[in-house]
Design a binder for this molecule. Structure first.
Ligand SMILES: [Zn+2]
Length: 220
């Protein structure tokens, strides 16, 4: 009855889902640009950050293509309230990561945060489901209040105009001591230029002997 009233549709192409299909129809699932080899995904990410930040492990599920299915899915996840997709990707990657020895010493999962204003507007951080499911799979805590993003005030923007040195960025660690000697898995939905991850990493590395790994749903 519920299915008749609210038919479930594919999050990518909007066609009706069959009973056994979850969130994405079989056709779209087969057309997803899945990075099947986790090691290849790791190479892609490590290349991007080579010479910038030291990364222990890195993993990614999908290759992002403009106007492709991944873009549609991420867009729905981010702007149209499709939080289930985030958890779906988290379970998918979590299942793979828990089998990998190199992920055994991860201590906690931290998401790339949204600032308060955006969080209020969107109602959720689109990467939460992804991070929570990976944390569950690795049996470690998911901490989303330790790395935060401050809203840039007008005065800061104003100052920046007249100051050639960039400020330390808008990301901030609330209790840096908590991260001492921890192996952090930082999660995000998509890595494009890597600039956001880099800014977060610089904050994380302010704690003593932090090791950093990355997991993302897609890479551009
Ligand atoms: Zn579809």
């Amino acid at each position: 009855m519920i299915n008749l009233l609210f038919p479930k549709v594919c999050n990518a192409c909007k066609s009706l889902l069959l009973k056994e299909e979850i969130l994405i129809c079989t056709t779209c699932r087969h057309s997803l640009s899945v990075i099947n080899n986790l090691n290849f995904g790791e190479q892609l990410i490590k290349q991007l950050f080579f010479g910038k930040i030291v990364i222990e492990n890195a993993s990614v599920l999908l290759k992002f293509e403009k106007k492709g299915i991944t873009q549609e899915l991420l867009h729905n996840m981010k702007y149209r309230g499709k939080k289930d997709l985030s958890s779906f990707f988290g379970k998918w990657l979590g299942d793979e990561l828990k089998e990998k020895p190199s992920y055994k010493d991860i201590d906690l999962v931290i998401p790339v945060p949204l600032d308060k204003k955006r969080l209020k507007k969107r109602g959720y951080n689109q990467v939460e489901g992804f991070g929570v499911e990976i944390a569950k799979a690795l049996q470690v805590p998911y901490l989303d209040k330790i790395l935060i993003k401050d809203i840039k005030t007008n005065s800061q923007v104003f100052k920046k105009r007249f100051n050639r040195f960039h400020t330390a960025g808008v990301f901030r660690i609330v209790q840096p001591k908590l991260l001492d000697h921890q192996h952090v898995l930082l999660v995000d939905d998509i890595i494009t230029t890597g600039a956001t991850i880099e800014k977060c990493a610089h904050q994380l590395f302010k704690s003593k002997q932090v090791k950093l790994s990355l997991a993302t749903i897609a890479i551009a």
